[in-house]
Design a binder for this molecule. Structure first.
Ligand code: 4AD
Ligand code: MG
Length: 433
């Protein structure tokens, strides 16, 4: 074949010329002397038309061999056609079969159970819906990097094999030579704090691991988290950074992922109002509001998923719940001077039942109080010596947060469960494919 090869997304400027494309057959249709192939190459979709008599006999006969997911190389004339999906049609001149696909392709245009789909995740990824989600995720990842880069943050990559524990949730551990147990990182934060003292404004972007035994729609055992940490930011500065980031992400996806949101049938009118500032609700007020709505929550409890939904239902954008009780949160959060039963922290809760997408706090910067908290939580003190050093050598007010990538993808795409928000989800009962 001599005509130049293009990805489908790059075809537009070449209308009226002869081009070659490669991809997988998604649909086949024929009517007498005319046959249609819908071809997908990952960048787009194009309809290819074969007319009997306008191609040689061998090419016409080859059409009959095609099945869903057969990989092919097609050359022909690219014509603008307003009725065709994508606005172009390819008038086939040559058709080459690259790889046949047996008729038992597992993913069919019918209802499949979720376990079946997850077992075939490697093939399910080829569907339009999954492609749309992956593109929104990609746009979000790029937006996050752009947001922090434009604001002078340094990206720091923190270790995944660690000795210190960051959060209270379950730990994956593995033997580490003569050093005892290594834990898969639940957070990059503690290292982020060390980096903030070195570089001022930093963020991490990486996988984190939690041996969560919960089978909820909001928990994965492996998820990606972005954790900014800023020297000399207090809790209020921290929330301003969060609302600025979340608004930026939502508005950018609305602007750049219109086709994907439409494929996902996302009600974008629910995303349009997401602009800073976000309402702030004190934890104690939140408990009162929830009790009035019939929740059984007591002062001191962490908010459950149900409580989070109830709280945000009156708002058109995410909200912050601030200053939770000390017992409900991690050891490193700074005691609230105005009410020492509480800590200077916030969760950012998304509307429409999505709940917590961010957890953030001002960090305890007093050496002795931090040491006391480490002891109260019965954490292995020797693993935290370096962390305490940050309070010994020029302690500093600092704050940061962690935003869960999959929770953000699920919220913006309107997905009912996190399992579709990542290419190969890891959950309590799922390690394959
Ligand atoms: O609230 P978390 O546990 O906070 C931290 O890890 C802090 N170290 C962050 C920081 O201050 N630097 O987790 C932060 C976010 C949650 O709000 C949620 O979006 C996400 O991480 N997350 C999960 N996402 C998927 N599956 C899980 N099991 C998750 N656990 C937390
Ligand atoms: Mg949290």
């Amino acid at each position: 074949m001599t005509s130049p090869y293009f990805r489908i997304a790059d075809l537009a400027p070449h209308a009226g010329t002869s081009v070659t494309v490669q991809g997988w057959v998604t649909h086949l249709r024929s009517k007498g002397k005319i046959a249609f192939i819908v071809l997908r190459d990952g960048t787009g979709v194009i309809q290819c038309v074969i007319v009997k008599g306008q191609v040689d006999e061998i090419t016409w006969a080859r059409f009959a061999e095609l099945t869903q997911e057969t990989s092919v190389k097609i050359s022909g004339e690219l014509r603008a056609d307003a009725r065709a999906p994508g606005g172009f049609e390819l008038a086939v001149q040559e058709l080459e079969i690259l790889g046949l696909s047996p008729l038992d392709y597992p993913i069919q245009p019918k209802e499949h159970g979720i376990d079946f789909l997850l077992d075939h995740r490697h093939l399910w990824l080829r569907s339009n819906r999954q492609r749309a989600i992956a593109r929104v995720r990609n746009e979000l990842e790029q937006s996050i990097h752009d947001f922090f880069y434009e604001r002078g943050f340094l990206r720091v990559d923190t270790p995944l094999l660690t000795a210190a524990i960051g959060e209270r949730s379950g730990l994956f551990s593995t033997e580490y030579f003569d050093e005892g147990n290594a834990y898969l990182a639940q957070t990059g934060q503690l290292y982020g704090e060390a980096a903030a003292a070195a570089f001022g404004k930093i963020y991490t972007f990486g996988p984190t691991f939690r041996a969560e035994k919960s089978k909820t729609r909001r928990h994965l055992t492996e998820f990606w988290m972005i954790e900014p940490e800023v020297a000399f930011n207090d809790s209020d500065d921290n929330m301003r950074l969060q609302e600025e980031l979340v608004s930026y992400l939502v508005q950018r996806v609305l602007e750049r992922c219109k086709a994907e949101l439409s494929e996902l049938e996302r009600d974008t009118s629910r995303l349009e109002p997401v602009r800073a500032p976000f309402p702030r609700v004190d934890y104690s007020d939140a408990v009162a509001i929830l009790q009035a709505k019939g929740s059984s929550i007591q002062w001191g409890d962490d908010l459950g998923a149900e409580d989070e939904s109830l709280l945000v239902e009156d708002h058109d954008r995410p909200i912050f719940v601030v200053n939770y009780p000390r017992e409900a949160k991690a050891f490193y959060m700074k005691e609230n001077p105005a009410d020492p039963r509480t800590v200077l922290c916030n969760d950012c809760l998304a509307p429409e039942g999505y709940g917590e997408i961010i957890g953030g706090s001002q960090r305890e910067d007093d050496h002795d109080r931090l040491l006391q908290r480490i002891r109260e939580e019965e954490l292995p003190e020797d693993a935290y010596g370096w962390y305490l050093d940050l309070r010994k050598y020029g302690t500093f007010v600092h704050s940061g947060f962690g935003i869960g990538l999959e929770r953000t993808v699920a919220y913006i795409c309107g997905l009912p469960h996190l399992r579709e928000a990542i290419a190969f989800p890891r959950m309590m009962h799922r390690l394959r494919p």
